[in-house]
Design a protein around this ligand. Sequence first.
Ligand code: MG
Ligand code: MG
Length: 249
Amino acid sequence: MILIKSDSQIAYMRKANIIVRDTLDLLREHTKPGVSTYELNKLAHDYIVSQNATPSFLNYNGFPASICVSVDCEVVHGIPSKRKILQEGQIVSYDCGAIFNGWHGDAARTVAVGIISPECQRLIEVTEQCFFEGVKIIKAGETRLGDLGHAIQAYAESFGYGVVRDLVGHGIGREMHEDPEVPNYGTAGHGMRLSHGMTVAIEPMITMGTYKVDWSADGWTVKTRDRKPASHYENTIAILDNGIEILSL
Ligand code: MG
Ligand code: MG
């Protein structure tokens, strides 16, 4: 079931997403070789709580931390730990969610640790641009989910990258994951139309090699099957009659 949001509900979601955005900015500032992902998790947790919000990932289906931290070939859902220390040349994806006044925000960024290879830099940039290639075609009441997925997929694949199929974006609101599913791949002209008042998280997960992924023994961490690097970029958007508002930018 698709839940359409009112302007006042979107205003709460705006606040939740600004907290998420600022948390991700804080994580970016503190990203450097030698920092433990445990410390970064604590930084994010304390900031979200200081804003009178709740970290939505903590205990979500048993997830043991307030953010996901995924390094290099880890696509998403990496678990922060004292033993997981950032190293020069890695790329690290932060995925963060917060609840404010009962409404959710959700966004993700991939960040360089020190100096990274030009190949990894390009992967990060193309993944971000995938999001914008999708958003720029959305017209309320016209664009279908397949059009959106197709735009993202076509852009990523034009660089020879893989588009993860096993994980997708989603509706968001009073729950972190609502209908509809929002794939980063698809066939133009297919799927339901995006309409006024829908709020969705669009989150391209783009890989340097195969799009196929494996789940790790910890039950959470998703890695590329060929162990090549992956990048993740996400924002929550609201679809309005006069255009798209990116709530987490
Ligand atoms: Mg997310
Ligand atoms: Mg999400």
